[in-house]
Design a protein around this ligand. Structure first.
Ligand SMILES: NC(=O)c1ccc[n+]([C@@H]2O[C@H](COP(=O)([O-])OP(=O)(O)OC[C@H]3O[C@@H](n4cnc5c(N)ncnc54)[C@H](OP(=O)(O)O)[C@@H]3O)[C@@H](O)[C@H]2O)c1
Length: 399
């Protein structure tokens, strides 16, 4: 009898994909890879097919699918958003790792939840866009959403099935990113390559920029609000520059429990892959005597205006997080191709959100910008934020 856990991996060619496959590589006896997906990194995907021998893959376009089929005639090859959903809902898969970046993960991740799987959720944007729908669906289907983002995974490990009724607050730690010590007057000179150099973590480009602005931490507040069903007011963000304490839970008696570890995504990923068991991992030892001291400080709001934008969106809930998510993805995409200065990211997002808030007050505000009743509403709200950001970007270019 094959006792290997059957894993599918959305976003196999990215940073989460690399870390996941590294854990699986260490435990070939425990895991079987069923499906792998990518967007356009087809050569890398083909190398992974040779090594992990999945049954199915999904690539972005039909052309790329043809190319893969020619190389691997036995392989089931899907393409496009429909293909991702087919892979995600495949009954053969027990645990799906959601490692696509951004809103593109929304439908496939939801499909995995709808089919009752264990979903190791690294891709936070779907939960930001439509958290309530994910929770409702998981409670109907019995899917387990396993928090894989390091902060949420830390809380997941701390709670370890404990009752949540005695929790006073969740404390999410943030490294502060590459500009935590940069004098504010130098922010206008930040270069793209500097913002892609995270002091502690090696990640994909979008999340690295989100970490530098701390939009990432704001998205994590929204994610935590859903994963742990916690009011936003009971979620605190503090700066912890060493990224050793990944997050903490404060209980009603004043006790604080934390999870500590090296800043390496293989740790939270292995916890989710092995769950409910813990796996062995061949990693360097965390030597706290070498680390010496652990520092914690308050977040300086003027350094991280995007964090406040996201916390406000979390408080207002409904369609606001989806609008902010779409706007942020569009602005970060533009920043990554060198069209903007770092400081423009927050300025543009503030303009999009203030335009949105004035429309929100009006009687003719479309219903999808008021409430998210379906995934399609979440996509439309996200698209509104994206379009509005793009309109402002074009206006700037024309000026
Ligand atoms: N990296 C981390 O350490 C980390 C930590 C916590 C949470 N997360 C979250 O995990 C998610 C993935 O982050 P990452 O850093 O791994 O990103 P990444 O390195 O940029 O990888 C993204 C993956 O998604 C695929 N992809 C991109 N756009 C797609 C689309 N439209 N349709 C289908 N697939 C698409 C990419 O394929 P191609 O290679 O073909 O482009 C790649 O496999 C994000 O939501 C991030 O916030 C990441």
């Amino acid at each position: 009898m094959n006792l290997q856990k059957k894993i599918s991996l959305l976003g196999a060619t990215g940073s989460i994909g690399d870390s996941t496959l590294s854990v699986i590589r260490e435990h070939p006896d425990l895991f079987q890879v069923i499906s792998l997906t990518c967007y356009s990194s087809v050569e890398k995907l083909c190398e992974l097919v040779r090594e992990f021998k999945p049954q199915k893959v999904c690539v972005h376009s039909m052309n790329e699918a043809r190319h893969v089929r020619e190389a691997f005639p036995e392989l089931e090859v899907h393409s496009g958003p429909e293909g991702l959903i087919r892979v995600a809902e495949d009954p053969e898969t027990e645990t799906l790792v959601a490692g696509i970046v951004g809103s593109a993960g929304l439908f496939p991740t939801y499909a995995a939840v709808s089919s009752g799987k264990n979903v190791a959720l690294a891709n936070k944007e779907p939960l930001v866009m439509a958290g309530r729908l994910f929770l409702e669906e998981a409670s109907k289907t019995g899917a387990n959403i396993l928090p894989t983002d390091s902060e949420h995974n830390a809380i997941f490990q701390v709670l370890d099935g404990r009752s949540q009724k005695n929790i006073k607050k969740l404390v999410l730690t943030a490294s502060g990113g590459p500009f935590r010590d940069l004098p504010l007057e130098q922010f206008s000179q930040i270069r793209l390559e500097d913002s892609l150099r995270h002091p502690n973590w090696k990640m994909g480009n979008k999340i690295t920029i989100d970490s530098a602005t701390m939009m990432n931490k704001g998205l994590e507040v929204i994610e935590a609000r859903w994963l742990f069903e916690m009011p936003v007011e009971n979620i605190e963000v503090i700066v912890h520059r060493e990224s050793i304490v990944h997050s903490m839970v404060e209980f009603s008696d004043g006790s604080i429990l934390a999870q500590l570890g090296l800043p390496d995504m293989r740790i939270p990923i292995s916890y989710c892959l092995g769950w409910p068991e813990r796996l062995e991992l061949d990693l360097p030892q965390l030597d706290l005597t070498q680390v010496g001291s652990l520092n914690f400080s308050k977040v300086e709001s003027e350094r991280y205006p995007c964090l406040d934008l996201a916390i406000e969106a979390a408080r207002l809930d409904r369609s606001v997080p989806a609008v902010l998510n779409g706007a942020n993805e569009a602005v970060v995409e533009s920043y990554l191709i060198g069209h903007l200065r770092f400081v423009d990211i927050a300025n543009l997002l503030e303009t999009v959100m203030s335009g949105f808030y004035s429309l929100y007050q009006k009687p003719d505000c479309p219903e999808y910008l008021k409430n998210i009743h379906s995934l399609e509403d979440a996509v439309r709200a996200d698209q509104w934020g994206r379009d509005e950001a793009q309109r402002l970007l074009l206006k700037r270019d024309a000026a």
